[in-house]
Design a binder for this molecule. Structure first.
Ligand code: NAP
Ligand code: G4F
Length: 327
């Protein structure tokens, strides 16, 4: 019999790729969406007739209990979050409520449902923060550097605690940065590729960024959702680091992205202190050897391919917008 999955955060980058992946595997897919005054389904528009949407919010226990009753899922993927690190300093309690306590609400809904449900928690490499060693693996100590990372560390420990307290099947995927043409425009990779396309098409003249020297381990979101599913197919619940094992500076990303369209990044990129963070995570690089060994997972898309894919998608999108707006 086909399995049923419930995805929180289905309207986000990862939610859209995971939905496609699970539909291809024959799953019945339910997604939790929060109320919005305007439509917010663009990332899942192409599969809207194949997923079932339920109204709910991680800050509201009743809606989570109801969603579980409606969907009766075999697996839950908790991808919903206030996911932008910079915003977490301005909205620390909301971030803690959604990313931290929200996961407790979801686990309580699972616990009281009386059903055997496997749960995936979207943990983050941000938990490593001011890194103690490089590359980081499942045993590396956490040193969170933002309200976002503190909330994610809380929910990571909660996943472990519910496993140990109630013998529940809960996996925490410690994912390093993963990007795609569906990445939100506020994140640095997409901000750069969107900026490249707008500058190339003469819709902008400058791209203002923050710290250009920080390093991230950037992979492709389509590869990373496969790892989420693999974690829930194992005999026992465990935690896994998912990463490429390579890191690059923001400057390198920008240089490659501008080169892709024949432009010199130095002529267009300027630094604006407003994009610096109160506490920075200067470098992240993951060691995914456990995932490779136990899950048989490895990334398929490399750094250069990722940059090319994102620049090409934004170039096409901006060209289309110009075409549609011309008289
Ligand atoms: P995203 O594009 O920002 O998507 C976040 C999703 O969460 C959206 O669907 C959003 O709904 C939903 N959401 C926000 N607040 C909610 C609430 N109170 N109740 C219910 N839904 C809510 O994020 P993503 O990049 O796909 O990331 C998915 C998850 O992985 C997040 O938990 C993120 O923190 C974590 N993560 C991401 C990365 C990465 O590099 N992408 C790495 C490590 C961990 P709306 O559309 O209504 O806003
Ligand atoms: O793209 P970012 O905003 O992503 P960040 O903070 O690494 O967080 C992302 O990855 C985490 C996994 O490690 C996820 F958990 C989280 O949900 C999110 O998906 O920033 C990357 C780096 C930062 O060091 C930032 O200071 O780029 C630097 N940066 C430099 N200029 C900038 C900018 N970031 C943004 N957003 N905008 C800039 O102009």
């Amino acid at each position: 019999m086909n399995k049923t999955a419930l995805i929180t955060g289905i309207t986000g980058q990862d939610g859209s790729y995971l939905s496609e992946f699970l539909l291809d595997k024959g799953y019945e897919v339910y997604g939790l969406i929060r109320r919005s005054s305007s439509p917010n389904l663009s990332r899942i528009a192409h599969i809207s007739d194949r997923v079932k949407l339920l109204s709910g919010d991680l800050t509201d226990q009743t809606s989570l209990d109801g969603a579980l009753r409606m969907a009766e899922p075999d697996e839950i993927y908790n991808l919903a979050a206030q996911s932008f690190v910079a915003t977490s300093w301005n909205q620390p309690t909301l971030t803690a409520d959604i990313n931290g306590v929200g996961f407790v609400r979801l686990l309580e809904a699972v616990r009281h449902s009386g059903r055997e449900i496997r749960v995936y928690q979207a943990s983050s490499s941000e938990m490593f923060g001011m890194v103690e060693e490089s590359p980081q693996n499942e045993d590396t100590k956490f040193h969170p550097r933002s309200p976002y990372a503190c909330a994610k560390a809380f929910s990571h420990h909660t996943a472990v605690n519910y496993r140990e307290s109630y013998n529940m099947f809960v996996c925490s995927g410690i994912l390093f940065n993963h990007e795609s043409p569906r990445r939100g425009l506020e994140f640095v990779t997409r901000k750069i590729t969107d900026g490249v396309a707008r500058i190339y098409h003469q819709r902008a003249s400058k791209l203002m960024l923050g710290n250009l020297e920080v390093k991230r381990d950037w992979g492709y979101a389509g590869d990373y959702v496969r790892a989420m599913w693999l974690m829930l197919q194992q005999d026992k619940p465990e935690d896994f680091v998912i990463a490429t094992g390579e890191n690059h500076t923001v400057k390198e990303f920008a240089k490659l992205a501008f080169e892709q369209v024949g432009l010199d990044w130095k002529k267009y990129v300027a630094v604006d202190p407003q994009f610096f963070r109160p506490a920075e995570v200067t470098q992240l690089c993951g060691d995914a050897s456990k995932a490779k060994r136990v899950l048989g997972w490895k990334p398929e898309v490399g750094f250069q391919q990722l940059v090319t894919m994102m620049v090409e998608a934004d170039m096409e999108r901006v060209a289309r917008q110009i075409h549609h707006s011309s008289p």
